[in-house]
Design a protein. Structure first.
Ligand SMILES: Nc1ncnc2c1ncn2[C@@H]1O[C@H](COP(=O)(O)OP(=O)(O)OP(=O)(O)O)[C@@H](O)[C@H]1O
Length: 252
């Protein structure tokens, strides 16, 4: 079980609840999180990363919780890697230094972090840009640095918030290959608005809409919600429309 939300409630400051008594246990393997803008996907991932704390309820990875005391929380964070939607570029650092720094923060020794940083950058085809300043890389390349940061400490759960946004088609393929190359013991929960190749890349789909789970199940079951008349390339789009109950587009 990678991550479980038990009766979890969360609101930003004094605003209305983004999620309210949510029960959601993610399955093992590669899960894609879909939903309209503002549905709560980033909030769920940030709660799962322990970057946000629930107002009520718990978020668990195996026996550790995000609401635990310091030592247990550190154990939780070692097992769970998070790539937020907005990558923080550390001024002056090269790609390798930034990725190594992320690994060191997660408990790797300096030497180990430095060695593994290069390997993680190679996984996202940035090995040849390792010594360049992150600030000089393009938006899509910076997102790949973010993916490398999530990969560097070999966590058991990867939480990736729109990792392919801004990547060109070839880099999306490289990214999907990097996902496919992860050991089966590593679970991935990834949010995206990109539904191409759903069946080839992911095992499970979770559709979130207004903070509730509109669908959870294998990709094939998700595609089963498509209009039978939908052509193969439009099935995911059609299933999404059925499950979110409207005429909205992916980005509405
Ligand atoms: N820092 C914040 N302060 C106040 N409200 C926020 C904050 N971040 C998100 N929200 C609100 O919480 C709700 C869920 O937002 P969230 O970013 O989790 O959605 P999302 O599904 O990731 O959207 P997108 O697809 O656009 O990234 C939205 O109503 C949003 O306006």
């Amino acid at each position: 079980m990678p991550i479980a939300f038990d009766r979890c409630t969360f609101a930003y400051r004094r605003r209305r609840y983004v999620i309210d008594r949510l029960n959601l246990t993610f399955s093992t393997g590669r899960t894609v999180l879909l939903g309209p803008n503002g549905a709560g996907k980033s909030t769920l991932l940030a709660l799962a990363a322990s970057a946000l704390r629930p107002g009520a309820g718990t978020v668990r990875h195996e026996s550790t919780r995000t609401t635990a005391k310091r030592a247990q929380l550190a154990a939780y964070r070692r097992n769970v890697a998070w790539m937020p939607q907005e990558l923080s570029v550390v001024p002056g650092l090269t790609a390798r230094e930034q990725v190594a720094y992320a690994g060191w923060l997660k408990g790797l020794s300096r030497r180990e972090a430095w060695e593994r940083a290069l390997g993680a950058l190679r996984q996202v085809e940035l090995g040849n840009r390792a010594d360049e300043k992150v600030s000089s890389l393009s938006g899509g390349q910076q997102r790949r640095v973010g993916v490398a940061q999530a990969l560097v400490h070999e966590a058991r759960v990867l939480l990736l918030d729109e990792p392919t946004a801004g990547m060109d088609p070839r880099q999306r393929t490289v990214f999907h290959e990097a996902l496919a190359g992860l050991p089966p013991s590593v679970h991935v929960i990834l949010s995206t608005h990109d539904t191409a190749d759903l069946e080839a890349v992911y095992d499970q789909v979770v559709v979130v809409d207004e903070g509730r789970v509109a669908f959870q199940g294998p990709v094939r079951a998700f595609l089963g919600h498509a209009d039978p008349a939908a052509v193969p390339g439009r099935k995911a789009d059609s299933a999404y429309h059925t499950l979110t109950g409207g005429n909205r587009t992916w980005d509405s």
